[in-house]
Write a protein that binds this ligand. Sequence first.
Ligand code: HEM
Ligand SMILES: *[C@@H]1O[C@H](CO)[C@@H](O)[C@H](O)[C@H]1NC(C)=O
Ligand SMILES: *[C@@H]1O[C@H](CO)[C@@H](O)[C@H](O)[C@H]1NC(C)=O
Ligand SMILES: *[C@@H]1O[C@H](CO)[C@@H](O)[C@H](O)[C@H]1NC(C)=O
Length: 325
Amino acid sequence: MASYFQTLLVLVMVTLVTLLVIPVNAELSPHFYDKICPQALPAIKSAVFQAIKKEQRIGASLLRLHFHDCFVNGCDGSVLLDDTASFTGEKTAQPNNNSIRGFSVVDEIKAVVDKACKRPVVSCADILAIAARDSVAILGGSQFWYQVLLGRRDARTASKAAANSNLPPPTFNFSQLISNFNTHGLNVRDLVALSGGHTIGFARCTTFRTRIYNETRLIDPKFAASLRNKCPKKGNDNVLEQLDATVARVDTTYFKDLLHKKGLLHSDQELFKGKGSASDNLVKLYSRSTSAFARDFKASMIKMGNLKPLTGRKGEIRCNCRRIN
Ligand code: HEM
Ligand SMILES: *[C@@H]1O[C@H](CO)[C@@H](O)[C@H](O)[C@H]1NC(C)=O
Ligand SMILES: *[C@@H]1O[C@H](CO)[C@@H](O)[C@H](O)[C@H]1NC(C)=O
Ligand SMILES: *[C@@H]1O[C@H](CO)[C@@H](O)[C@H](O)[C@H]1NC(C)=O
C-alpha cells in the first residue's frame, strides 16, 4: 500500500515538473505576463482608454482587428503585417481593404507596453486580444470584462488568400455563416453571440447597399428608406452608418434591432427571421438579457481567442507589429 502511494506520488511529481519546466505545446494562460511583466496589462488598458477617449470608434476597430486576426490561420498577429515589395500581407484582402483600421493605435499600444516592460515581451497577437477585451469592457462595463488568455506569439507569415476565403462577407446567408463558423470550431451560439460585436462600430455604404435597395423581406421599410437617404445607389461607397442604434455602447440594442428587422447588414438580419429557429431564440434571449449576452459573448470571445495560437517556441515576439523581426 505504502509503495503504491509512493509510486503515485513520484508519478504526479514527475508530471508536474514536466508540465512546469518544458512548455512544449504550451496553452494560453491568464497569468502569462504576471512574472515577465506585471505592468503589461495595466499599460495596455490605459493606452486603450486614452485611444477611445480620443476617438470613440477605435474600440470597435480594435475588436474587429482581433476577429480578423483569429479567423485567418489563428490569432497570430498576421493581420498587422504591412505589404512590402517582397511581402504580401492581409491588409488588401477583400474583407480588409479600406475597411480594417486602428493600426496606428496598435503601434502606440505596442510602444507603451514595450516601454513599461523595458523590452519587447508582449506579442502583437496578445495586444490585439487584450485591446479587444479592454475596449468591450470600457464600452460595456464590468459585466463585459473577462480574463483574457495570453501567451500567443506572432507569425512570421500572412495569407491574403486565406483572408479572402476565411472571413465571412456580409452577403452570406444563415447556412453560409454557420458553415464558416463551423470551420473555425464555432457553433450557432458563438455565431449569434459574436455577431453581437456589431453592438459597436460602423459599416460603409457599400456593405449594406444591396440590402437597402433590393431586399423587401426582413427589412423595416422606414429603416430602409432613411438609409437610402444616406447611401446612394451609386457612389459614396465609404459613407458610414452605425451598426446598431447605440453605436458607442456595448449593450443588447443590436439584438433588439434585429427583432425589429433593423439589422444593418444582410448577415446580421440572417440571424433573426422570426421563424423560431435556434438562432431566432438566441437573438430573443440576448435582446432581453444583458447578462445572458455578456456571459455568452465572453465565452465565445475566449473560444475565438484560442484559435490556433502560436505558443512555446513557435513564431516570435515582434518588435514592430507591422513587420517580422
Ligand atoms: C458573422 C459574420 C460577420 C460578418 C459578415 C461581418 C461583417 C462586417 C462588415 C461588412 C463590417 C463593416 C466593414 C466596413 O464597412 O468596412 C463589420 C464591422 C464590424 N465588425 Fe463584423 N462581421 C462579422 C462578425 C464579426 C465578429 C465576430 C466581430 C467581433 C466579435 C465583429 C466586429 C465588428 C466590429 C466591431 C465592426 C465595426 C468596426 C469599426 O467601426 O471600425 N464582426 N463587420
Ligand atoms: C484596395 O483599395 C484601393 C484603394 O481604394 C484600391 O485602389 C485597390 O484596388 C484595392 N485593392 C484590392 C486588392 O481590392
Ligand atoms: C445560401 O447560399 C448558398 C450559396 O449561394 C445557397 O446554395 C443556399 O441555397 C442558400 N441557402 C438558403 C437557405 O437560402
Ligand atoms: C438590385 O438588383 C438589380 C437586379 O438584379 C441589380 O441590377 C442592381 O444592381 C441591384 N442593386 C443593388 C444596389 O444592389
